[in-house]
Design a protein around this ligand. Structure first.
Ligand SMILES: Nc1nc2c(ncn2[C@@H]2O[C@H](COP(=O)(O)OP(=O)(O)OP(=O)(O)O)[C@@H](O)[C@H]2O)c(=O)[nH]1
Ligand SMILES: [Mg+2]
Length: 304
């Protein structure tokens, strides 16, 4: 299956809901997709967008643009173009030529961090980049074993903690190993945490400081993993982590299990961080690099 088709398939719950809402409300109220977007049509459009979890701010922006086009515009095209602009509009981590590049993966419990690290190693591997996977979740032995299985499947190096040690020490070991072995990337999986857990947030700080001591500028990227099925509540989590953990990008997981795929637009417009990858399933190749263009096309192309 092509990457686009995998995305389309992963987004089908959202897409199907969005297209049926469009067909049932927007089209009816505007007298066809080429109709005048005003009055009732705008109200219908607003409901449709909010139901897809696109969020209040992004919805307001989309309505403004749709409304200002008057009677000639095709509502669907106007919404698509503006949505793409919203999703495209944020800068990511600055590209680095430093080797190994260090990618830190953070987020609240159960969002899909460990799984995403495994899939990301696979994705990088396919692009010819060799990784070291670092298990900095020292809380759950099961988490370390889970990650080791992923590393073995992908053929990545794996560095684990001696039990009960400081996660920053494992990070030090993993980055040092990556350096010594000439690897391209070090992927660091961390334990799930809430931003309100002061000690655990300090631990992230320490991990960052230690990483920066081994390789200049590390971590070069900090990915916040957000679970799309949580919808708007994920935004509050995101905002808290953004400030506390130096997040440079988002991995949006579990899109295959929700009709709330519009949350991508809320993330970029309200948090101002780019989405870097999306998770569309539990298999190894179910993590896709994010493309605003493909995302919007997939959202408006139903799979019946
Ligand atoms: N359907 C689906 N399931 C996913 C996706 N990503 C992760 N999962 C599942 O979500 C569950 C939790 O994933 P983990 O990777 O263990 O989550 P975590 O953030 O590492 O969890 P903690 O380490 O406990 O904080 C697992 O059952 C995964 O298979 C996705 O994109 N789609
Ligand atoms: Mg985990």
């Amino acid at each position: 299956m092509s990457v686009f088709n995998r995305l389309r398939n992963g987004l089908r719950l959202t897409t199907n809901q969005l297209s049926s809402l469009f067909a049932n409300t927007v089209t009816r109220e505007t007298g066809g997709l080429d109709g005048d977007v005003s009055g009732e049509g705008l109200v219908a459009l607003e409901e449709t967008l909010l139901q897809a979890d696109i969020g209040v701010a992004a919805t307001a922006r989309l309505l403004e643009v749709a409304g200002s086009r008057g009677g000639t515009a095709d509502v669907r095209s106007v919404v698509k173009a503006e949505l793409r602009r919203l999703l495209d509009g944020t800068e990511g981590a600055r590209p680095t030529t430093v080797r190994p590049r260090v990618v830190l993966v953070v987020g609240v419990n159960g969002t899909g961090k460990t799984t995403s690290v495994g899939k990301l190693a696979h994705l990088l591997n396919q692009a010819g980049e060799r990784s070291v996977i670092c298990a900095a979740d020292t809380f759950r032995a099961a988490a370390v074993e889970q990650l080791e299985i992923w590393a073995r499947r992908v053929g990545a190096d794996f560095v684990r903690a001696r039990s009960g040690t400081d996660p920053a020490a494992v990070v030090f070991d993993a980055i040092s190993a990556g350096k010594a072995r000439g690897r391209d990337v070090v992927l660091i999986d961390t334990a799930g945490r809430l931003h309100t857990h002061v000690n655990l947030m300090r631990e992230l700080d320490k991990i960052r400081r230690v990483a920066g001591r081994v390789v200049s500028g590390a971590p070069h990227e900090t990915l916040l993993v957000l679970d799309a099925t949580v919808g708007q509540n994920g935004l509050a989590q995101g905002r808290a982590f953004l400030e506390a953990a130096g997040v440079t990008g988002v991995v949006l997981t579990k899109l295959d299990g929700t009709a709330k795929g519009g949350i991508a637009a809320a993330i970029t417009s309200e948090l101002g961080v780019p989405i870097r990858y999306v998770g569309v399933g539990e298999e190894l190749d179910d993590l896709l690099p994010f493309s605003a263009e493909h995302y919007v096309e997939a959202l408006f192309e139903p799979v019946w």
